[in-house]
Design a protein around this ligand. Structure first.
Ligand SMILES: [Fe+2]
Ligand SMILES: [Fe+2]
Length: 474
């Protein structure tokens, strides 16, 4: 199932066979390019970037690498291959053939799910717009740009569904996706984490590790959808998402590596001395971790949610690895542990599993993220340093759901407002931390050179060496 690149909009959905849809998307295309020029990576109009482009949707060999100007990137529409005889695998319609068209009664909910997912894609491009100006190396710059163009493609993926299946309101939603702006007071992006700034590369790596991983879990749930075009779109997006999380995990791993090398070489864990050496002390890395983890926790939504139950029962959004779970896939009567605040303390109670599906997905995410954090700890251990990075409690620093009503410390204890104030600078990046990290952010663009605060990668992209000219400035 190769992709046809002779088309104006590369695709594997036989766009040429539906002239009305093709014309509508061809009208949206220049608006997308205007949005990219306005809010995409700053000052890169003439920059050649060694990027991968999807040439097939088969798991092996789908990517082609070459120098591309980002504006000329072939953003297209790619669905994973159809699965013959696929069924709705959960909820009230379990066992019915998967839907190829939107079921009328679920139209509004399905559109809402697609728009919410679609809105995150351009948002992260906007959040990362200025990072290219302070890249720690050409290798990292190229990875940033790869993430950016693929988030642009994810927007295309959702816009295709809106145009193909939701008629006029779908087209209006597709336009609105280009109108909202991350952090804009009047017309912000839909979800909180996507309105936070990504001011520096430490934040970028944390974002791609935690927030893109939320993307993975949302996409995995939508890849189970009974609405087959959504499932197939999300399955292909997941292959791209894996790279984004790699950028985050390896990025933080390299920062940790560099810091630990300096700690060993200078026999010190003194924050002041380490900062003077131009590396990022581990407590600051922990505070960035705490912030991005907690902001990402909120993305999963309210702990107990009737919408989550509706999405599941209607067959629109499943659980992570739904078909691998051994239960009835209806969940009536099942219970799941959720947290609440009772008499000033955090306690575990039980909620119907159907209503607790956000919480369950959050727990799936936490297990996955914790494994990545342990891989960072291996880097620290190898250098013989007695420090461990740790995910904060999932109730820490929440702004959504009932837990937002209390101040909860990283260990999961409810603390007073005064107690929070007194310790906040130990738990979350302070203005001073951010100013220090910002002070390290120079622009390193000589092939093979890396900023002092980050170790070179173990290997390059596409089997190229670390000193390959991944980006060429025009
Ligand atoms: Fe994405
Ligand atoms: Fe992503």
């Amino acid at each position: 199932m190769n992709v046809d690149y002779s088309e104006k909009i590369p695709n594997n959905v036989n766009l040429a066979g539906n002239r009305t849809l093709q014309r509508a998307l061809e009208q949206w295309q220049p608006e997308f390019l205007n949005w990219w020029t306005d809010t995409g990576p700053e000052g890169t109009g003439n920059t050649d970037v060694y990027l991968r482009t999807a040439v097939s949707v088969e798991p092996k060999g789908w990517a082609h690498f070459d120098y591309v100007k980002m504006r000329d990137y072939r953003w297209g529409i790619f669905l994973a291959p159809a699965e013959a005889g696929r069924k709705v695998n959960f909820g009230a319609h379990k066992g019915e053939p998967a839907w190829q068209e939107v079921p009328g009664e679920y139209r509004a909910n399905l559109r809402r799910l697609i728009v919410t997912q679609g809105d995150t894609e351009p948002a992260s491009v906007e959040q990362q717009r200025h990072l290219g100006l302070t890249c720690p190396s050409l290798y990292d710059l190229r990875n940033l740009f790869q993430v950016n163009v693929e988030e642009g493609r994810h927007l295309w993926a959702m816009v295709y569904l809106l145009h193909a299946h939701f008629g006029r309101d779908g087209r209006e939603e597709a336009e609105a996706l280009l109108m909202r702006r991350s952090g804009d007071a009047d017309n912000p992006r839909i979800l909180g984490a996507f309105n936070e700034p990504t001011p520096d590369w430490l934040a970028f790596f944390m974002f791609t590790f935690f927030t893109d991983r939320d993307g993975k879990y949302q996409l995995c749930s939508l890849a189970e959808s009974g609405f087959d075009p959504l499932a197939r779109t999300c399955r292909f997006m997941l292959t791209e998402e894996a790279h984004h999380m790699f950028v985050g995990e390896s990025g933080i791993g390299r920062v940790v590596q560099r810091t630990c090398e300096a700690m060993v070489a200078h026999k010190t864990d003194d924050v002041g001395k380490l900062r003077a050496l131009g590396v990022i002390d581990l407590p600051t890395i922990q505070r960035y971790l705490n912030f991005h983890f907690s902001v990402t926790m909120d993305l999963f939504g309210s702990d107990v949610s009737s919408n989550a139950a509706t999405f599941y029962t209607s067959g629109l959004k499943g659980r992570f690895e739904e078909t691998k779970i051994d239960d009835d896939h209806l969940l009536n009567g099942a219970m799941y542990p959720v947290l609440e605040i009772r008499d000033g303390a955090l306690v575990t109670s039980e909620a119907p599993t159907l209503n607790a599906l956000n919480e369950k997905l959050r727990d799936d995410f936490i297990r996955d993220a914790a494994a990545g954090i342990e891989r960072w700890n291996k880097v620290i251990e190898k250098q013989g340093i007695p420090f461990r990075l740790k995910a904060p409690h999932k109730a820490f620093h929440r702004r959504i759901g009932p837990l937002a009503a209390a101040h909860i410390d990283p260990a999961g204890n409810v603390v007073s407002a005064a107690g929070w104030e007194a310790k906040a600078a130990e738990w979350l990046p302070s203005a001073a931390d951010q100013a220090f990290v910002a002070s390290l952010m120079g622009r390193v663009v000589e092939p093979g050179r890396f900023a002092n605060w980050i170790a070179p990668p173990a290997r390059g992209v596409d089997n190229k060496p670390a000193d390959f000219a991944y980006v060429r400035f025009g």
